[in-house]
Design a binder for this molecule. Structure first.
Ligand SMILES: [Zn+2]
Length: 170
C-alpha cells in the first residue's frame, strides 16, 4: 500500500515529509509501535518521529494507546496506522476534485469563448461582444475559440479522478 504513488502523495500532503513518514509507517505496520522503538529501528531522530506521528494523528490516519510499562512504570505510547482512513481521504480528495472538474465542464459547455490573437487571453462571449470583439488589453481582434477539445480533456480528467477515488488501497 505504501508503494502506491497516490498514497505517497497523501502522506506528503499530511506530513510534508514523505521519506520519514514512509519509514515510520512501515515500522508501525511491522509491529514496532512506540516512538522510541520506531526511532531506534529507523534511525530517525525521536523528535522527528514524534512530529510525523502527531501530524498523522491530526489527519486521523494514526492513533495511539497509552499503557504503563510494568517495569519502569513509565507511560508508553503504542501507535497504530489506519489504512482505511487513508483510503477514505483519497476517495474524498478525488471526489472533490471531480466535482471541481464537473464545474469546469459546465462552464465550458455553457459559454462561448473568444480569444485574443496576440496574447491568447480568453473572454466570454458577453465580454468580447461588449468590447466589439477587440482585446481590451492590446487592441488585437478577438476570434472565436472552439473549446470542444478542452471539454474532451476535462471529461478524461474527470473519469481518471473517479476511478482513482474508487480504487481500494488495502
Ligand atoms: Zn490581447
Amino acid at each position: 500500500m505504501l508503494e502506491d504513488p497516490v498514497v505517497q502523495e497523501i502522506l506528503m500532503d499530511i506530513t510534508d515529509d514523505e521519506k520519514n513518514s514512509f519509514s515510520i509507517i512501515e515500522c508501525i505496520m511491522n509491529g514496532k509501535t512506540s516512538d522510541e522503538e520506531i526511532s531506534d529501528e529507523t534511525q530517525i531522530k525521536l523528535n522527528v518521529v514524534r512530529k510525523v506521528l502527531y501530524k498523522l494523528y491530526d489527519a486521523g490516519v494514526a492513533s495511539y494507546k497509552r499503557t504503563k510499562d510494568p517495569e519502569t512504570k513509565w507511560e508508553v505510547y503504542s501507535w497504530k496506522f489506519d489504512q482505511n482512513k487513508v483510503s477514505e481521504i483519497i476517495s474524498k480528495k478525488y471526489e472533490d476534485l471531480s466535482k471541481k472538474i464537473e464545474k469546469s465542464i459546465k462552464y465550458e459547455e455553457e459559454n462561448i469563448f473568444f480569444a485574443c490573437k496576440s496574447n491568447g487571453h480568453r473572454y466570454k462571449f458577453e465580454n468580447a461582444s461588449e468590447n466589439n470583439f477587440v482585446c481590451p488589453e492590446c487592441g488585437e481582434t478577438l476570434e472565436y475559440v472552439d473549446n470542444s477539445t478542452v471539454i474532451v480533456e476535462l471529461l478524461g480528467d474527470k473519469a481518471r479522478c473517479m476511478s482513482m477515488g474508487k480504487y481500494k488501497r488495502i
